[in-house]
Design a protein around this ligand. Structure first.
Ligand code: MEV
Length: 431
């Protein structure tokens, strides 16, 4: 097929017609489906159309809430955008469980963001070091128009350091810069500062250095090991079971499951995936960049050189303690937060948190999710709960009506849900 020219300039209708004619002529419902997901509110649809290029329609995810979270003594109902059946249910259950045991505690460990100007320099290293020190004021002056407002809010550039990387790559150096961005995630602020710093670096180098300096690129880093939050729960071991023995055995098994994820990467990846079920769902509902969060979290999980669990657990003085430490560069201003109506609603539901409060809420959602998953894994296994939630998906695939759904839900309260058992039951009631 010929490459299409000027596709982005086509109207939405022309784009859809082009797709239907060239790629979807074997899928007769295409136009109807694309139209079905459009919003009747023209203004709202235009807003979504303009988030990206070549928008055809909207892509829905369920937007739900997990109630009964107590965080630092305050009650929250947490918004979550996610398609996986059991995630909201598990979060709600964990919230209630820990709410009855004193709730979650969370604290910010740091809020430092990072950005780098990557450059090549073939000259003398000592000369470069002296040069970078000598132009610190020029750097600060050049970014002033960008940093002025951020400084008023208490943020700005913290440090601009030279890092030598010539042992890893010939002639490679960095300006490693740290920032505080207050309630903004800060990507635009950081990248604008870095591009300005890069210009100063090249300009001054041309005049003052004896060898050529070449900037390769300037970009923030999504690895933010000093922008972290800790969330934790604790309770007397005996409150984890009906009897002292049962509670002790449960606590030990739970801790062993966590220890396995601390030492075994195959398990750690799935363990952390479960944590990200909670984290991503809140990150997405509050209009933050979940790809940035994912990338940063997994890099953090491998910071020892080995991929490990983000959560930890122990018994200390008769107390069961369970906690998470995660990097979360989140924002509650800028980006989608003031544009997307559902995001605004999600933030309002959380009583308009600042970035640090949102970091705490998101870390708690991750910890709660992990508690839910590991609790199921070391007791009933996850399939029981998972398949119960998945029952509705199977019934919908079978086009079950309300009566059939009610019957099936009743039946599977006491029977095991499998794909085939649902089909069998469904066929029986249909006939
Ligand atoms: C499924 O989405 C997540 C789990 O696999 C997490 C885990 O195994 O801890 C249940």
């Amino acid at each position: 097929m010929k490459l299409v020219q000027g596709f982005s300039k086509f109207s939405k209708e022309e784009k859809i017609n082009f797709l239907v004619e060239n790629y979807l002529n074997h899928f007769p419902e295409a136009k109807h489906i694309l139209q079905q997901y459009l919003n009747d509110d023209i203004k709202l649809q235009r807003l979504h159309d303009e988030f990206i290029e070549n928008t055809l329609t909207n892509f829905y995810l369920p937007f739900g809430v997990a109630p009964n979270f107590t965080i630092n003594g305050q009650n929250y109902i947490i918004p979550m955008a996610i398609e996986e059946s059991s995630v909201v249910a598990a979060a709600s259950k964990a919230a209630k469980f820990w709410g009855e045991r004193g709730g979650f505690k969370a604290e910010i460990l740091g809020t430092e963001k990072v950005g780098q100007v990557h450059f090549l320099y073939h000259g003398n290293k000592d000369e470069l070091e002296v040069f970078i020190q000598s132009i610190q004021d020029d750097f600060r002056m050049a970014v002033k128009p960008i940093t002025k407002n951020m400084e008023k809010r208490g943020g700005g550039i913290q440090s601009i350091q030279l890092r030598t990387k010539t042992e890893d790559l010939e002639a490679y150096y960095q300006l490693h810069c740290t920032f505080q961005t207050k309630d903004a995630m800060g990507a635009n602020f950081i990248n604008s500062c870095l591009e300005e710093l890069a210009k100063v670096l090249e300009d001054k180098a041309e005049k003052q250095l004896s060898s050529k300096l070449e900037v390769i690129m300037s970009i923030l880093s999504n690895y933010v090991p000093n922008c972290t939050v800790k969330a934790k729960v604790a309770c007397p071991v005996e409150s984890l079971g009906k009897t002292k023995e049962e509670a002790q055995a449960y606590a030990l098994k739970f801790i062993q499951a966590i220890q396995i994820a601390e030492i075994e990467p195959y398990r750690a990846v799935t363990h952390n995936k479960g944590i990200m079920n909670g984290i991503d769902a809140v990150v997405l509902a509050t209009g933050n960049d979940f790809r940035a969060i994912e990338a940063g979290v997994h890099a953090f999980a491998s910071r020892s050189g080995k991929y490990q669990s983000l959560t930890h657990a122990k018994i200390e003085n008769g107390e069961f303690k369970f906690w998470i430490e995660v990097p979360l560069a989140l924002g509650t201003v800028g980006g989608l937060t003031s544009l997307h109506p559902l995001v605004k609603l999600a933030l309002a539901l959380l009583q308009n948190p600042n970035a640090e409060e949102l970091m705490k809420i998101v870390a708690v959602a991750g910890l709660a999710q992990n508690f839910g998953a590991v609790n199921s894994l070391v007791t009933t296994g996850i399939q029981q709960g998972h398949m119960k939630m998945h029952l509705m998906n199977i019934l919908n695939q079978l086009d079950a009506n309300t009566y059939e759904k009610e019957k099936a839900i009743e039946h599977f309260k006491s029977n095991t849900v499998t794909h085939s058992s649902v089909i069998e039951f469904f066929e029986k009631i249909r006939s």
